[in-house]
Design a protein around this ligand. Sequence first.
Ligand SMILES: [Zn+2]
Length: 430
Amino acid sequence: MRRPTLLLASLLIAILGLMAAKSWLVQAPPLRATNQATEFDATRAKARLAVILGDQRARPADTAADDKVRGHIVDALREMGLNPILRDQFASNELYKQRGVSCARVRNVIATLGPPDGKAVLLNAHYDSTPVGPGAGDDGVGVATLLDIASLLKDRPLKRPVILLFNEGEELGLVGAGAFLADPLSRNVDSIVNLEARGVRGPVNMFETSRPNAAPIGVFKAAVRNPVANSLSTDVYRLLPNYTDVNSFAERNWLTLNLAPIGNETRYHSAGDDLAALDPATLQHMGDQTLALAQSLANGAPKTGGGERFFMDIAGKTLVVLPLALGVALLVILLLAAVVIALRRGQLVRGVAIAFGTIFASGILAWIALAVIGAFRHGMFWRAEPVWTHLATYACVLVAAVLLIVTIGRQLTTSQLRASCWLVSLLSAR
Ligand SMILES: [Zn+2]
């Protein structure tokens, strides 16, 4: 191999390596070795979850295994001096984003903290699992969070009631959430923090809000110290056929924040969603955020209205929030500037063709690769091997880009290419 080719090949491999390492860079804040008495304690919460899950059997709604887990939750609440309410209901619920209705006998466990009257904050998690696994993440992480928060908030002077709902039947089609809507307690609720899981490690993402989002984003930004959220992912989530209890509650127009970890998604809804796989740092990230949000929402009624916001976190340290109108204006200015610069530098058509061509060609390459591998390996191999799948996808992008640059982009200078690529990035930003 000639030296420049060797250099280029090593550079491409290095870029690929960095791209693959990206998933390891996004982590939950490290687990605290010691906690203040007022702080969420993930080690204590996980130990309590281990007691609640017992032999870690799968516990679909209305089964003996689920009855046992519910018994442990009620015991844990009583040991804290709380007086949990047990509702026994037959409920049915429309399946969102799908056709069908789901019905079951469900028993929701409800604990209330703070003053007996007034508008309330709802913290929601489900304690049933799918039939295939122990659901230590989905939604043990939510149950463990609610219990530790109950132990912390029960002695604090709260201005507004906080309702902890451990619902049954989410996995059957949000039946427990549907049952809660028939509960008189639900009439006082004006805001909800929903705790879910689609993985067992990594940071806990805030992936859904009520709309308009200015009010929930305002609460989230003010309360949460390590935010992981951006408006692009909340927009994408809305397009997905996924649902959580929040879909059931949507008809009430409560201020809504939905939290979930997604790291090591291969464990989700599988036998591998067990306690050993659940990262306590992830539990701590969920606990810290939920405690801060509950405390803030319990201090006073949240604002309403306020329009739409763009938002994104900077490395999980702070949240940048922009009014939608300002964001759009900035985008238009950047777009115009990019057009002017790209026109001045010349070769605009070729440059844009390379950038768009890379997007389309890499999509086609990835699709062909999937079809070829799929001919030999059945099932969802891309979920089983996420690192290799990401690497292969990034490799498709690099191959397509290099091929286009050395063919139609031969005469283009780096500055011409850069201007066109920025233009295409800005165009795809909206
Ligand atoms: Zn779930």
